[in-house]
Design a protein. Structure first.
Length: 287
């Protein structure tokens, strides 16, 4: 019955694993719903900012604001990679790292010097393993990112861009479209892209003048772009973790069915063998 005891031990181990994955699935589902609300709240604000900037923008005003400067050639760029601090989310972090490697390779192939800023332990651990120097390495941002967290990431980059030490800043994060779809995306957050002409115009009453308003809104727009990236990364992480833990729970349930059938067959074979031995022994005594 040694095989039966081994199977019982394995069944118990898989049952314990299923309890853990089911618990993680429930926790991820709860946090995912909360972060989805933050994503939904951040998007209209970003669209309103872009709408106002589109209305205020003009080529003459653009020359007065460093954040609108469009460099002729990108000589040095900063790449900000957002990953999670934890795993158990399938290929979530691996896909973001793959996107970052492709973006870095493309920029460096064009002759651009790239400095890498990584938010999250998973991305930092990977690039440290490769031996790449990190300009920024932060893992202190929680699953409830705030506008202050976004400002802490972007303010120094905006200052350096204004001093022409950087020609572009890119953010790499999952574009959260739904619970099942969050592909990695590389988004340029600096310089601020001039709005496309031909859109609807709004009749604003401006106070004070457009220059002052635009000067205040542009840094706010960049910070909000990073804040959106942070909340979308968090929502996508919990969605990926929920999916991964649900799959793990389902796989554990399937494995338990197989192990249960195997254990029953082994137990029945042992019982049949014992009965055969008893019958054979009784026949031998009678003979």
């Amino acid at each position: 019955m040694a095989k039966g005891r081994e199977l019982k031990t394995r069944i118990k181990s898989v049952e314990n694993t299923r309890k853990i994955t089911r618990t993680l699935e429930m926790v991820a589902t709860s946090k995912m719903k909360r972060t989805q609300d933050r994503v939904a709240a951040a998007r209209p604000y970003a669209e309103a900012l872009r709408d106002v900037i589109s209305t205020l923008y003009s080529p003459d005003l653009a020359e007065q604001f460093p954040l609108l400067r469009q460099p002729v050639k990108i000589r040095k760029a900063a790449v900000v990679l957002l990953t999670s601090n934890r795993g158990l989310a399938g290929a979530f972090n691996a896909n973001l790292i793959k996107e970052a490697r492709a973006t870095i390779a493309k920029l460096e192939g064009e002759g651009t010097e790239v400095e890498l800023h990584v938010i999250g332990r998973k991305g930092a651990g990977y690039f440290r393993y490769l031996g790449r120097t990190l300009a920024t390495n932060r893992s202190d941002i929680t699953d409830r990112p705030s506008p202050a967290d976004a400002a802490a990431i972007t303010d120094d980059l905006m200052d350096r861009f204004g001093r022409r030490e950087l020609d572009a800043v890119y953010a790499i994060y999952p574009n959260f479209k739904s619970v099942l779809t969050a592909p990695p995306a590389t988004v340029q957050i600096l310089p601020v892209t001039p709005p496309k002409a031909g859109g609807p115009t709004r009749d604003y009453i401006l106070a004070p003048d457009p220059q002052t308003i635009l000067g205040e809104l542009l840094p706010l727009y960049v910070r909000n772009a990073m804040y959106r990236a942070l909340v979308e990364m968090t929502a996508a992480f919990y969605a990926s973790q929920r999916t991964a833990m649900k799959n793990a729970t389902d796989n554990a349930s399937d494995m338990l069915k197989i192990l249960g059938r195997t254990y029953n067959r082994a137990r029945q074979a042992t019982i049949t063998q014992e009965i055969a031995e008893i019958v054979g022994g009784a026949a031998a005594l009678q003979g």
